[in-house]
Design a protein around this ligand. Structure first.
Ligand code: NOJ
Length: 514
């Protein structure tokens, strides 16, 4: 396993919205470089940057037009290389976002692939052989090219699916996963990865990693085989570079595909979702960290523990505060509720991710869709740094900002959060410091449940020599365990005390016992 992942805490940056240094209203790479000290002071030591490559931005950059060129609105390749260098000087790793399953329909490969004459890229995407023949059960487009055929879509209409082959083939035009054209796609993607790793990047977050080979089996074994071959390349040539998958099935992604980490995504009703987003819009909120929601920690544990047990020897599960596709936690959680969730996130096994702005409790805003964001757009608004023009995000014209900002007087800013000693920002900073001090709390430390009961509080868990207890409810609660004897609080949010084997933990409190 890669050593630096053990105490890694990631910070996700949506580059459009982090920091604009040239006044055009859109964040840029120089802005990220300018804010590296802020990220380091918070305690994060790794970044995931959403796609920053040349793109028509029909899906916020997940529609890549040139994998090897930084989008001019963010800067140049030299700026990105400088970002790697400056980050490394401060002990910060940088993961880029790899979108291997599709390109933009403006990518030169696709423009060639659309041509009637056979060429090097004819087999780079999934095509049928007649304009009148669709792709049963899958979205496709036909009638838009001189080439006779329909092409498959991976996501939006502007994102044609790259061809990694089909495992179960029912039509003559379906390539095998080991066909020359499918292998050529794999090689082209490895070439992109090498290009950036050779220039100093520390690995990739991989978009829709589970969806490469079509009609795969239920274990996604053909897609996993593609990733194993990528992992072989990395172990051989870039052994310090890491891969994290957007897959949300660690057994398939980590054990099967060889990913170092797999995201536990917010899917309604899964374990992660029951912690902080267990609501349908307008419906009752049953999230565990929501005060007095009647939340149930067993709904998390029953889903999480089998995933954790099955993969703990091989890689890490990554939980996050939020990401660019997910409603910000502050949509429903108060600052106190967020503190308890972050305390949990930062003391659990695996590698945690913090989404920019969550450390100050930025809100989910009701804004018009931008670049294919739709309801995701509300989590993508510009960072609120301070009380200068545009909250210090940009000195450009407010009308030019990538997205509107929180207009309320009480809108949080990083400056205010850093000044207030009891802010969420300081809780996160202190917990990262503790995590870094005690290896038991890091990614690969052990995990055991000490007390967890359906519908009851607190939730108590042990990691090596440390015991954590969290009580998000509105009542003081007590619990007995011989494991508490002789221990005392190392860190507390709210109030908690131990007498012999009895732990008393106040409403909305968290404690680390040692
Ligand atoms: C997942 C990404 O996180 C999302 O933002 C994007 O729209 C889709 N994949 C398609 O690439």
């Amino acid at each position: 396993m890669i050593n630096w992942l053990k105490d890694a805490v990631f910070y996700e940056i949506y580059p459009q919205s982090f920091k604009d240094t040239n006044g055009d209203g859109i964040g840029d790479l120089n802005g990220i470089i300018e804010k590296l000290d802020y990220i380091r002071d918070l305690g994060a030591n790794a970044l995931w940057i959403n796609p920053c490559f040349d793109s028509p931005f029909m899906d916020a950059g997940y529609d890549v037009r040139d994998y090897k060129k930084v989008a001019p609105r963010y800067g140049t390749n030299e700026d990105l290389i400088r970002l790697f260098e400056e980050a490394h000087k401060k002990g910060i790793k940088v993961l880029l976002d790899l979108v291997p399953g599709h390109t933009s329909d403006q990518h030169p490969w696709f423009l060639e692939s659309k041509k009637a004459e056979e060429n090097e890229y004819s087999g780079r995407y999934v095509w049928t052989t007649h304009a009148f023949e669709g792709i049963g059960g899958h979205p496709y487009i036909s009638g838009m090219s001189e080439r006779a055929g329909a092409y498959m879509l991976n996501f939006f209409a502007s994102q044609p699916a790259l061809n990694y082959g089909w495992l179960n083939r029912t039509e003559h035009w379906m390539s095998a996963p080991d066909s020359p054209e499918a292998l050529a796609t794999q090689e082209a993607m490895k070439d992109v990865m090498r290009f950036w790793m050779d220039r100093g990047c520390d690995g990739f977050r991989v978009d829709m990693a589970d969806s490469l080979v079509k009609n795969d089996d239920e274990n996604k074994s053909a897609t996993a085989a593609v990733w194993r071959s990528v992992r072989e390349m990395m172990d051989r040539d870039y052994p310090q570079c890491a891969l994290v998958s957007e897959w949300s099935n660690p057994w398939q992604a980590i054990n099967g595909g060889g990913f170092h980490m797999d995201f536990y995504l917010d899917h309604h009703g899964n374990g992660y979702n029951t912690l902080l987003r267990d609501y349908e819009t307008g419906g009752e909120d049953r999230s565990f960290f929501k005060k007095d929601s009647g939340g149930d920690i067993m709904r998390f544990l029953n889903d999480y523990l089998p995933r954790y047990e099955a993969t703990r020897e091989n890689g890490y599960i990554s939980m996050f505060t939020c990401n660019h596709d997910t409603p910000r936690p502050a949509r429903t959680l108060s600052e106190d509720e967020m503190k308890l969730f972050c305390a949990f996130l930062l003391t659990m096994p695996g590698v945690p991710f913090i989404y920019y702005g969550d450390e100050i409790g930025m809100r989910y805003l009701d804004v018009k869709t931008k670049e294919g964001g739709y309801q995701r757009t509300g989590s993508r608004t510009p960072m609120q740094w301070d009380h200068t023009r545009n909250y210090g995000f940009s000195d450009g014209d407010p009308a030019d900002l990538y997205l509107p900002q929180d207009e309320r007087k009480e809108a949080p800013t990083a400056e205010d959060a850093m000044k207030r000693p009891d802010s969420l920002w300081h809780v996160i900073q202190e917990l990262i410091r503790i995590r870094r001090t005690y290896p038991d709390l890091q990614a690969d430390g052990s995990f055991e449940t000490v007390y967890a009961e359906s519908g009851k509080y607190p939730f108590v868990y042990r990691r090596g020599d440390m015991i954590m207890a969290v009580n998000p409810s509105g009542q003081e609660v007590t619990v007995r365990s011989v494991q508490f004897s002789g221990r005392s609080p190392l860190y507390t949010i709210g109030k908690a005390s131990v007498h012999d084997d009895l732990l008393t933990i106040d409403t909305q409190s968290f404690v680390i016992l040692r």
